[in-house]
Design a protein. Structure first.
Length: 313
């Protein structure tokens, strides 16, 4: 889930949850023996990156790339922790590697894979709907705005269908349960409730600042932006989509921030509903044990934040 307005965000990982604070990312993973394994990664302040994060329309792209890289690192940690419990020989080999060079290489590799996976996914869900729409409706009518609308519908259908079918697998279902647990913990914390399993379970699995909302906005905003341009043929249409992808991401991020700021306004709060509807697929009701992991991760993050603020790192 994207961080907005300095409020904590999180992300589900394999058998665990990662929470991002202002100064540190913390992941908690449940081991087979019932114990918890933690990974704390302090945020590194890079001046030029921080400068870019202050520029509207640019900050969204920077934030997404940064989140993808960081999320991949924590996903790698959770996968290795889970593999160790399964007796995975490859995980043991990775533990035996030593030296600064190997650690840096592993981190850069994981970060690169995270960013590459995000970009590849965006390319696929940007290009495939355009190709399908062009193939099916190219000679049916000439109104390009209508073509763009149908392309958007196809994109939504493919996205929802993809999420639905992968959610049928046991692993993804558990991942979505942890996603729901993460949302419940953040909602309970924002409501000022004590973070106990019983209190947290009272809250909904849906949350306005979830990355699922961002995905929906990229589809809707893309339809609007593409409608201002004319294209001649499939090649030009695809090139336009690729060139405009950073703009679509940047504008979608700003729209998401705007709708988040209006979520308490009775009428305007409905602007965020499309993202909440998608979360009906990307979140599932968590088990108590999953909520416990999420609470532990969040509390560990709060403790780490306190240590950093007090200068006791």
């Amino acid at each position: 889930m994207a961080e907005q307005n300095n409020i904590y965000g999180g992300q589900a990982v394999i058998e665990g949850v990662m929470f991002a604070g202002r100064n540190v990312h913390v992941t908690a993973v449940r081991k087979k023996d019932g114990s918890l394994d933690f990974l704390e990664v302090p945020k590194k302040v890079i001046p030029w990156v921080q400068a870019l994060k202050k520029i509207p329309f640019i900050r969204g792209i920077v934030g997404i790339v940064e989140s993808s890289a960081k999320g991949a690192q924590h996903l790698n940690f959770s996968a290795e922790s889970f593999a160790e419990q399964e007796g995975d020989a490859e995980a043991t080999k990775k533990e035996e590697k030593s030296g600064i060079f190997s650690n840096i290489s592993m981190f850069l590799g994981v970060a690169f894979v995270g960013v590459l996976s995000f970009l590849f996914g965006k390319f696929i869900f940007t290009l495939v709907p355009a190709i399908i729409e062009q193939f099916l409706f190219q000679n049916v009518f000439s109104n390009q705005i209508l073509h763009n609308l149908i392309e958007g519908v196809i994109k939504i259908i493919l996205l929802v269908g993809y999420i639905y079918f992968i959610s049928l697998t046991p692993m993804i279902r558990r991942l979505f349960q942890y996603h729901g647990a993460e949302h419940k913990v953040i909602s309970a914390y924002e409501a000022g409730m004590e973070l106990t399993v019983s209190n947290v379970q009272k809250f909904n699995t849906l949350h306005y600042r979830c990355g699922s909302s961002f995905i929906v906005f990229t589809v809707l905003i893309g339809v609007v932006i593409y409608s201002f341009l004319h294209y001649d043929g499939m090649v030009e249409r695809i090139v336009q989509r690729l060139i405009l992808l950073p703009l679509v991401i940047g504008v979608s991020y700003e729209v998401l921030r705007f709708t988040n700021s209006l979520r308490e306004v009775p009428v305007l709060r409905y602007l965020g509903y499309p993202g909440l509807w998608l979360q009906l697929l990307t979140t599932k009701e968590p088990e108590d044990s999953q909520v416990e992991v999420s609470i532990a991760s969040f509390n560990r993050m709060l403790e780490a934040e306190k240590r950093i603020m007090e200068g006791r790192v």
